[in-house]
Design a binder for this molecule. Sequence first.
Ligand SMILES: Nc1ncnc2c1ncn2[C@@H]1O[C@H](COP(=O)(O)OP(=O)(O)O)[C@@H](O)[C@H]1O
Ligand SMILES: [Mg+2]
Length: 350
Amino acid sequence: MEKKTVAVLFGGCSGEYEVSLSSAAAVIGHLDIEKYNLVLIGITQEGSWLRYSGNLEDIRNDRWHAHPSCIPSFFSPSREIKGLIELVHTEYHVTPIDVVLPVLHGKYGEDGTLQGLLELAGIPFVGCDMLSSALCMDKELAHTLVQAAGMDTPRSLTVYRGGSMEKVLAAAEELGFPLFVKPARSGSSLGITKVHDMKELAAGTAFAFTHDSKVVIEQNINGFEVGCAILGNSDPIIGAIDEIELEGGFFDYSEKYSLHSSKIHLPARIDKDTANKVKETALAIYKTLGCSGFARIDMFLTPDGRIVFNEVNTIPGFTSNSRYPSMLQASGLTYADILDQLLQLAVGEV
Ligand SMILES: Nc1ncnc2c1ncn2[C@@H]1O[C@H](COP(=O)(O)OP(=O)(O)O)[C@@H](O)[C@H]1O
Ligand SMILES: [Mg+2]
């Protein structure tokens, strides 16, 4: 089989830049160079694209962009090219790319914008397409569609920057405290607060507006959060369900990456029937939102046995101990198998 050229994208101008560096270092370290030619492209926090040929350590410790190998590069939307254009002095060089593996989280990576560019360019890529990525990124739109498909979602309301706050605050009070206030399109819990009264609600809303012009105010769901890893298209592989045990508060940025007081149980401490129902619901959500390639579906399990949708991560964390690869490893795949399958799906080989 001919060796495929895989472009791995990392970094990105999103609040989850650092998370991407950790995910990408693990992904690149696990890609078999006997099978793939790797082209690494880093995106700085300011949004510059640089082809990078240095080591993994410099990606991990965020020194990659100072490496002498860095060359300004970009994908052209022109379908004639289907590759990476590198600017070398006054000349440009083209490296044909077979498939792109975006290891980017959040805005401009996971939200459909990059996917739109690659669709325009005619270059295959791993993961959900433009529309599905954009829908999954937007917590309001994802909830609207999943609810329309008959599944349970938290009651919520949406507010826009510049809109009147009075009615909103009154409606929010009706939902009952505590409430979750979230930027509609964010990740890693950035910009999210759990609020307990009107004063905190006003402050939480103002804070969320520093991240996004649209904010979702959501009722608190009692119970615990479970995740489901899905890999594939029409008949996907579904990983073992995991469970987040919280000490208090919620799964915020520092807890997610330190697990200081919270724990992840894999498999989740739930019976087989419940696990199967969670998997069925996750798959229904995956299909409703038009996902392909892969995604991690997060839901809440309530004390009265309801499964309530939370969100879909279309490019979930991918370090060697991240939840997505761990859930699939628990059902028999290796980390390298997961990458092989994702790349084969992207180029239409499975
Ligand atoms: N409606 C809710 N009820 C209870 N906890 C919630 C709710 N929404 C969010 N949380 C908590 O906040 C965390 C982050 O919210 P989430 O919507 O998943 O945002 P992100 O996309 O940043 O991960 C969740 O993992 C969970 O701990
Ligand atoms: Mg989440």
